[in-house]
Design a protein around this ligand. Sequence first.
Ligand SMILES: Cc1cc2nc3c(=O)[nH]c(=O)nc-3n(C[C@H](O)[C@H](O)[C@H](O)COP(=O)(O)OP(=O)(O)OC[C@H]3O[C@@H](n4cnc5c(N)ncnc54)[C@H](O)[C@@H]3O)c2cc1C
Length: 355
Amino acid sequence: MKQHEQFPLSELTSFGTGGQADIFLEIEHTEELHGVLKDYKKPLWLVGSGANTLISDAGLPGTTICLRTSTIDVRTEKDQHLYVVDSGVNWDTLVRTAIHNGHWGLELTSGIPGSVGAAVVGNIAAYGQKVSDTLKWVEVIDTTANPDITECLMGDELGLKYRYSDFQNAKLEKYVIVRAAFALQDSPTTSLAYSSALKAAKDLGITPDTLTDRRTIIMEARKRAGSLLDTSNPHHVKTAGSFFRNPEVTKEQAQAIIAFEEHDVSAKEVLLQNLLHGGDSFRVSAAHVLLAAGFKRGQNWGPVRLHPEHVLKIENTGDATSQQIYDVAKEIIETVHTKLGVTLEPEVRFLGNFK
Ligand SMILES: Cc1cc2nc3c(=O)[nH]c(=O)nc-3n(C[C@H](O)[C@H](O)[C@H](O)COP(=O)(O)OP(=O)(O)OC[C@H]3O[C@@H](n4cnc5c(N)ncnc54)[C@H](O)[C@@H]3O)c2cc1C
């Protein structure tokens, strides 16, 4: 375990913003966590790789825990492969391992940044696959009870829905996820129907029939969508990906929004794309909502900018503070509500105090 005091969280977050953690603990073995949770300076915060988090400029008092655990254990039973994975494992490392082993079920989520623990918290999804499709169970520790006890919660106990789990609310937020188990298969579980990925496949001259070709296609589609995060490049775009969830709207609101601008899609297609994104009801693209409310691609507020092509990505183009990003997000939410009567919810998680 590594312990740091006054750790600059801006070094962790993909926004490159955030104040200091009073105490920052990098935990390499799950057993260390049991000891830490017996006696730590409160309050307690959890972070993965900081790719979906806006952390207060005032920093985080107390103790911030970052799991750097790294074991992937594959248990094969009949024709199913159960991957029991530490929360600290990088999501794309898990996906690459499954592809290497010839196991299907995660390949369309190639290239999503972040850790396995946070992937469960956010029920991450891309190109028609979501965590909840394969997640069987998680091992958790209740931070308010005896930390020596590890509990097992089944996938259907986690309130998993579109980009959401009960780890985001009072029901399960007291738990640290320490491991997650995913059931993968020997043959394809999902067909690739997402138009931007099919276009990438066509341009590359390959079909999505093998695991490796699927990964190649998805990585190309993500590159085109500005959805790859390369933190080893000091000039990487500082963003947390899509800032808002695609909102649920009425059919009439959907028709008004999709009629806007150059997007010429039918309500039927909107519904299909929504289902592919992991949605379960009538949702429209939040990007489309922003444009319909008058926000522009590339619009900026000082160092805070909406990506020049992918308007849903809020970026820090220089030395933005978390508060500046927060203020822009707030302005967007309020404007969209006033102009369109649509309620936007952030996908990004806020840690610490904002004004
Ligand atoms: C360029 C880019 C592209 C992206 N594309 C996608 C995409 O295609 N699909 C998608 O769904 N998301 C996408 N995201 C969002 C992001 O990748 C995911 O939300 C990811 O799961 C974040 O992982 P993290 O480890 O960085 O989480 P963090 O930001 O560190 O944490 C997220 C939340 O999880 C909590 N948490 C972390 N670890 C634990 C744990 N062990 N136990 C309990 N709670 C925990 C934290 O407290 C926080 O609330 C993208 C982000 C970026 C920057």
